[in-house]
Ligand binder design. Structure first.
Ligand code: MRU
Length: 352
């Protein structure tokens, strides 16, 4: 069943406290089917993150926190500490680029290491609370990002976005799409252009779906059409999300983002990166230190096609992310405010 009416009411990631399960909206099936998956063991949580059933930097952090908590419930007292650490490391290896994954898992592990004197059942209860806090804080951060982002645009503006940095990628509202959802709540209208975002089509399948569900004027374009829509004068700002931002403001996001930034500069269009502070990694000086995930070649050669569309044996390069150099970014919108260059200074100030 396809329902444009209820997708925004579905949570991308949730904790089912009655069944002690991580519940995710299976994003690989959207927009054709709304299917919820209930996961309890560590392998299925890993697979869900790796296969992008749950995806988007904040959402994978939240899913990992809930997943680690529910999986830890099955551990007995003797094995708890060693196995908990193994589980944490295992989930952390599911995807390398978005820092939210390790950020959330570190928070969960700190609960364990900081409470070693307590009973295992008390520690499990503290883990439950921490995972819920991670999710609630994300919803709050996204709302604030939306408020700040909304000050950058006006009613009727054309916005270009890439991938899905919307509600489906977070606890609520999204990051890049948060200003659009919030503006909609206030009766504003924007004209949003979504890059389809090859090869996994997060723009075509997910962003258009959630924007239409919110009654937002949405146009889908192929990735290679961005220059043309900018040239047409239809874009007032580019809003994108991020997976890891380095201390100098270099921002890693879905492959294709850096090309948009270069185009935006050419056409004199402001280019904004929107993300919570949980996506900022002050431990790295520049984007060069970010590990870029490489994905299976079948995502390019045959996925989504009714038959393979590339000759057997062709070499395929399939990086999932790229880094936009800080010089190309007009502003970084966080829940703590809108940062402007030089980002080494503005980031250091808010991350103190
Ligand atoms: O591979 P994905 O779909 O997880 O990539 C997601 C993105 O690149 C998003 O733009 C980013 O995680 C921000 S989500 C608020």
């Amino acid at each position: 069943m396809t329902s444009k009416d209820n997708i925004l009411k579905c949570e991308a990631v949730a904790l089912d406290e009655e069944r002690n399960a991580l519940v995710i909206l299976d994003q690989t099936q959207l927009p054709n089917k709304i299917a919820m998956l209930s996961l309890k063991d560590i392998e299925s949580v890993y697979q869900a993150i790796y296969s992008l059933q749950v995806r988007g930097a904040p959402a994978i952090g939240i899913a990992a926190a809930f997943g680690l908590y529910v999986a830890s419930l099955a551990l007995d007292d003797e094995e708890f500490f060693a196995r908990f650490h193994e589980y944490k490391e295992y989930l952390n290896s599911a995807r390398p680029t978005a820092v939210n994954l390790s950020w959330a898992l570190e928070r969960m592990e700190k609960v364990v290491t900081g409470n070693k004197g307590k009973s295992i059942s008390e520690i499990k209860e503290l883990l439950r609370r921490e995972a819920i806090a991670i999710k609630n804080e994300d919803a709050d951060m996204c709302r604030r990002i939306g408020e700040y982002g909304l000050t950058l645009i006006k009613d009727g503006d054309g916005i270009l976005t890439h991938c899905n940095a919307g509600q489906l990628a977070t606890a609520k509202y999204g990051t890049a799409l948060a200003p659009l959802h919030l503006g909609r709540e206030r009766g504003m209208n924007f004209k949003v252009f979504c890059d389809e975002t090859r090869p996994l089509l997060q723009g075509a399948r997910l962003s258009t779906f959630e924007l239409l569900a919110d009654g937002i004027d949405t146009t889908l374009i192929c990735d290679n059409m961005a220059s043309q829509v900018m040239k047409n004068g239809w874009i007032n700002a580019v809003f994108v999300g991020c997976d890891r931002v380095a201390a100098n403001g270099d921002a890693c996001n879905k492959i294709g983002t850096s090309g948009l930034a270069i185009l935006a500069k050419h056409y004199g269009i402001p280019f904004y990166v929107l993300g919570p502070t949980s996506t900022i990694d002050m431990s790295i000086n520049s984007g060069e230190q970010i590990v870029i995930e490489q994905r299976p070649i079948e995502e390019v050669t045959e996925m989504w096609y009714s038959k393979r569309m590339a000759p057997e044996g062709v070499k395929v390069y399939n990086p999932a992310f790229d880094v936009t150099e800080h010089e190309l970014i007009t502003g970084i919108v966080t829940e703590r405010g809108i940062l402007r260059p030089p980002y080494v200074d503005s980031l250091r100030l808010i991350m103190k």
